[in-house]
Design a protein around this ligand. Structure first.
Ligand SMILES: [Zn+2]
Length: 251
Protein backbone atom coordinates (compact mmCIF):
# COMPACT_ATOMS: atom_id res chain seq x y z
CA UNK A 1 0.00 0.00 0.00
CA UNK A 2 2.88 2.36 0.74
CA UNK A 3 5.77 1.03 -1.27
CA UNK A 4 7.83 4.20 -0.97
CA UNK A 5 8.48 3.48 2.67
CA UNK A 6 10.12 0.16 2.32
CA UNK A 7 12.82 1.09 -0.15
CA UNK A 8 15.13 2.80 2.27
CA UNK A 9 18.80 2.51 1.49
CA UNK A 10 21.33 3.76 3.96
CA UNK A 11 25.07 3.85 3.73
CA UNK A 12 27.00 4.94 6.79
CA UNK A 13 30.53 4.88 7.94
CA UNK A 14 30.79 2.67 11.01
CA UNK A 15 31.10 5.74 13.26
CA UNK A 16 28.08 7.49 11.85
CA UNK A 17 26.14 4.31 11.77
CA UNK A 18 26.70 3.65 15.44
CA UNK A 19 25.69 7.22 16.30
CA UNK A 20 22.57 7.06 14.22
CA UNK A 21 21.72 3.59 15.32
CA UNK A 22 21.26 4.94 18.80
CA UNK A 23 18.66 7.36 17.55
CA UNK A 24 16.42 5.90 14.90
CA UNK A 25 14.76 9.26 14.25
CA UNK A 26 18.02 10.17 12.54
CA UNK A 27 18.16 7.50 9.93
CA UNK A 28 19.32 8.64 6.54
CA UNK A 29 17.37 8.95 3.38
CA UNK A 30 14.69 11.16 4.86
CA UNK A 31 14.51 14.89 4.85
CA UNK A 32 15.52 15.94 8.37
CA UNK A 33 16.01 12.37 9.34
CA UNK A 34 12.45 11.38 10.01
CA UNK A 35 10.26 13.40 7.64
CA UNK A 36 9.77 11.98 4.19
CA UNK A 37 8.26 14.88 2.25
CA UNK A 38 10.05 18.21 1.87
CA UNK A 39 8.15 20.87 3.74
CA UNK A 40 8.46 24.61 3.83
CA UNK A 41 9.38 25.90 7.21
CA UNK A 42 10.38 28.88 9.26
CA UNK A 43 9.37 28.54 12.88
CA UNK A 44 8.11 25.13 13.67
CA UNK A 45 4.33 25.05 13.67
CA UNK A 46 2.04 25.13 10.66
CA UNK A 47 -0.33 28.08 10.85
CA UNK A 48 -2.43 27.45 7.78
CA UNK A 49 -5.52 25.65 8.92
CA UNK A 50 -5.82 23.62 5.73
CA UNK A 51 -2.92 21.58 7.13
CA UNK A 52 -4.62 21.02 10.49
CA UNK A 53 -6.70 17.91 10.98
CA UNK A 54 -10.37 18.73 10.45
CA UNK A 55 -12.47 18.86 13.61
CA UNK A 56 -9.23 18.46 15.60
CA UNK A 57 -9.59 14.75 14.98
CA UNK A 58 -7.05 12.29 13.62
CA UNK A 59 -8.60 9.04 12.39
CA UNK A 60 -5.92 6.39 12.85
CA UNK A 61 -5.32 2.77 12.10
CA UNK A 62 -2.60 0.76 13.78
CA UNK A 63 -1.66 -1.81 11.21
CA UNK A 64 -2.70 -5.38 11.93
CA UNK A 65 0.11 -7.60 13.14
CA UNK A 66 2.60 -4.75 13.20
CA UNK A 67 2.89 -4.55 16.97
CA UNK A 68 2.81 -6.78 20.01
CA UNK A 69 0.19 -5.89 22.62
CA UNK A 70 2.76 -4.11 24.79
CA UNK A 71 3.84 -1.86 21.90
CA UNK A 72 0.28 -1.30 20.75
CA UNK A 73 -0.55 -0.10 24.25
CA UNK A 74 2.48 2.19 24.28
CA UNK A 75 1.25 3.87 21.09
CA UNK A 76 -2.15 4.31 22.71
CA UNK A 77 -0.44 5.77 25.78
CA UNK A 78 1.35 8.36 23.62
CA UNK A 79 -1.96 9.21 21.98
CA UNK A 80 -3.56 9.58 25.43
CA UNK A 81 -0.84 11.97 26.55
CA UNK A 82 -1.56 14.24 23.59
CA UNK A 83 -5.31 13.98 24.15
CA UNK A 84 -5.06 14.69 27.87
CA UNK A 85 -3.02 17.82 27.18
CA UNK A 86 -5.09 19.25 24.35
CA UNK A 87 -8.43 19.10 22.58
CA UNK A 88 -7.00 16.97 19.77
CA UNK A 89 -8.68 13.60 19.42
CA UNK A 90 -7.41 10.42 17.84
CA UNK A 91 -10.17 8.03 16.85
CA UNK A 92 -9.98 4.60 15.26
CA UNK A 93 -10.46 5.07 11.53
CA UNK A 94 -13.37 3.61 9.68
CA UNK A 95 -13.44 2.78 5.99
CA UNK A 96 -15.17 6.07 5.44
CA UNK A 97 -12.17 7.96 6.80
CA UNK A 98 -9.74 6.69 4.21
CA UNK A 99 -7.70 7.86 2.48
CA UNK A 100 -7.50 10.81 4.89
CA UNK A 101 -6.34 8.84 7.89
CA UNK A 102 -3.17 8.05 9.80
CA UNK A 103 -1.66 4.60 9.43
CA UNK A 104 0.84 3.51 12.06
CA UNK A 105 3.10 0.67 11.04
CA UNK A 106 6.41 -0.93 12.01
CA UNK A 107 7.43 -2.33 8.66
CA UNK A 108 9.91 0.37 7.68
CA UNK A 109 13.24 1.40 9.10
CA UNK A 110 13.49 3.80 12.03
CA UNK A 111 10.84 6.20 13.24
CA UNK A 112 9.48 8.62 10.70
CA UNK A 113 6.48 10.45 9.33
CA UNK A 114 5.65 10.92 5.68
CA UNK A 115 4.07 14.39 5.76
CA UNK A 116 3.90 17.33 8.10
CA UNK A 117 0.34 18.02 9.13
CA UNK A 118 -2.84 17.08 7.35
CA UNK A 119 -2.31 16.78 3.61
CA UNK A 120 -5.62 15.49 2.35
CA UNK A 121 -4.12 12.07 1.78
CA UNK A 122 -3.08 9.09 3.85
CA UNK A 123 -0.50 9.93 6.48
CA UNK A 124 1.92 7.24 7.60
CA UNK A 125 4.05 6.92 10.72
CA UNK A 126 6.60 4.16 11.00
CA UNK A 127 7.75 2.99 14.41
CA UNK A 128 10.40 0.34 14.13
CA UNK A 129 10.16 -2.18 16.94
CA UNK A 130 12.48 -1.53 19.86
CA UNK A 131 12.16 -2.61 23.48
CA UNK A 132 9.82 -0.30 25.36
CA UNK A 133 11.72 2.79 26.45
CA UNK A 134 14.31 2.52 23.68
CA UNK A 135 14.67 3.85 20.14
CA UNK A 136 11.33 4.43 18.46
CA UNK A 137 9.57 3.17 21.57
CA UNK A 138 10.71 5.94 23.85
CA UNK A 139 7.40 7.55 24.72
CA UNK A 140 8.77 10.90 23.53
CA UNK A 141 9.71 9.46 20.15
CA UNK A 142 6.18 8.29 19.57
CA UNK A 143 4.85 11.68 20.65
CA UNK A 144 7.44 13.35 18.38
CA UNK A 145 6.14 11.52 15.32
CA UNK A 146 2.53 12.25 16.26
CA UNK A 147 3.37 15.95 16.57
CA UNK A 148 4.78 15.83 13.03
CA UNK A 149 1.44 14.34 12.04
CA UNK A 150 -0.37 17.22 13.73
CA UNK A 151 1.77 19.86 12.01
CA UNK A 152 5.03 20.46 13.87
CA UNK A 153 8.47 20.69 12.33
CA UNK A 154 11.76 20.21 14.19
CA UNK A 155 12.60 22.95 16.64
CA UNK A 156 16.22 23.30 15.52
CA UNK A 157 15.24 24.49 12.02
CA UNK A 158 12.99 27.29 13.24
CA UNK A 159 13.94 30.50 11.49
CA UNK A 160 15.17 32.16 14.68
CA UNK A 161 17.29 29.23 15.77
CA UNK A 162 20.63 30.98 15.18
CA UNK A 163 19.90 33.15 18.20
CA UNK A 164 19.59 30.05 20.36
CA UNK A 165 21.85 27.38 18.93
CA UNK A 166 25.08 27.38 16.99
CA UNK A 167 25.12 24.83 14.21
CA UNK A 168 28.57 23.23 14.02
CA UNK A 169 28.78 22.59 10.30
CA UNK A 170 32.31 21.21 10.55
CA UNK A 171 31.02 18.37 12.69
CA UNK A 172 28.05 17.46 10.51
CA UNK A 173 28.38 14.62 8.10
CA UNK A 174 28.08 16.67 4.87
CA UNK A 175 25.54 14.41 3.28
CA UNK A 176 23.15 15.38 6.07
CA UNK A 177 23.61 19.15 5.86
CA UNK A 178 20.07 19.48 4.56
CA UNK A 179 18.82 18.40 7.96
CA UNK A 180 20.03 21.73 9.35
CA UNK A 181 18.97 24.04 6.55
CA UNK A 182 16.97 27.05 7.60
CA UNK A 183 16.46 29.39 4.67
CA UNK A 184 12.77 29.52 3.93
CA UNK A 185 11.10 32.87 4.32
CA UNK A 186 7.55 31.63 4.14
CA UNK A 187 5.23 32.84 6.83
CA UNK A 188 3.35 29.58 6.90
CA UNK A 189 5.01 28.44 10.11
CA UNK A 190 4.89 29.99 13.52
CA UNK A 191 6.08 29.61 17.09
CA UNK A 192 2.69 30.71 18.42
CA UNK A 193 4.48 33.33 20.50
CA UNK A 194 6.05 30.66 22.65
CA UNK A 195 9.61 31.26 21.50
CA UNK A 196 12.44 28.82 21.07
CA UNK A 197 12.23 25.69 23.18
CA UNK A 198 15.35 23.68 23.99
CA UNK A 199 13.19 21.27 25.93
CA UNK A 200 10.81 20.55 23.05
CA UNK A 201 10.25 16.94 22.17
CA UNK A 202 10.74 18.25 18.60
CA UNK A 203 14.34 19.37 19.25
CA UNK A 204 17.24 17.29 18.06
CA UNK A 205 19.96 15.90 20.28
CA UNK A 206 23.28 17.82 20.50
CA UNK A 207 25.14 15.31 18.31
CA UNK A 208 22.55 14.73 15.63
CA UNK A 209 24.16 13.67 12.35
CA UNK A 210 27.66 14.12 13.71
CA UNK A 211 30.48 12.75 11.59
CA UNK A 212 33.03 12.72 14.36
CA UNK A 213 31.19 12.35 17.63
CA UNK A 214 31.45 16.08 18.33
CA UNK A 215 28.36 18.25 18.88
CA UNK A 216 26.46 19.54 15.87
CA UNK A 217 24.00 21.70 17.82
CA UNK A 218 25.45 23.85 20.60
CA UNK A 219 23.04 25.85 22.76
CA UNK A 220 23.88 29.53 23.16
CA UNK A 221 21.75 30.24 26.22
CA UNK A 222 20.82 28.79 29.57
CA UNK A 223 18.14 26.17 29.95
CA UNK A 224 19.30 23.59 27.42
CA UNK A 225 19.98 20.78 29.87
CA UNK A 226 17.21 18.63 28.42
CA UNK A 227 17.83 19.42 24.76
CA UNK A 228 16.80 16.45 22.65
CA UNK A 229 14.81 14.77 25.41
CA UNK A 230 12.30 12.13 24.36
CA UNK A 231 10.41 11.66 27.60
CA UNK A 232 7.59 14.21 27.56
CA UNK A 233 5.92 17.13 25.81
CA UNK A 234 7.44 20.33 27.14
CA UNK A 235 5.16 23.04 28.47
CA UNK A 236 5.76 24.99 25.26
CA UNK A 237 5.01 21.94 23.13
CA UNK A 238 1.67 21.68 24.89
CA UNK A 239 0.87 25.35 24.56
CA UNK A 240 1.86 25.42 20.89
CA UNK A 241 -0.33 22.44 20.14
CA UNK A 242 -3.28 24.03 21.89
CA UNK A 243 -2.77 27.29 20.07
CA UNK A 244 -2.38 25.54 16.73
CA UNK A 245 -5.63 23.65 17.21
CA UNK A 246 -7.39 26.51 18.98
CA UNK A 247 -8.27 24.43 22.00
CA UNK A 248 -10.48 26.72 24.06
CA UNK A 249 -9.99 25.08 27.45
CA UNK A 250 -6.31 24.38 27.16
CA UNK A 251 -4.66 27.67 26.22
ZN1 LIG B 1 11.18 14.35 13.58
Amino acid sequence: MFPQIWGVIFLFTPTVFSELFKDPELLAGFYQGDIKAHPIRTRNGIVNQIYHWPNRTVPYMIEDDAFADSHYREILRAISIIEENSCVIFKPATEMDFPMALVITSKGLGCNTVHLGYRNKTQVVNLEIYPLGEGCFRIGSIIHELLHVLGFEHQHVSQNRDQYVSIQWKNINPQYNINFVNNDNSTAWHDFDEGYDYESVMHYVPRAFSRNGQPTIVPLREGAENMGQRFYMSEKDIRKLNKMYRCPDHV
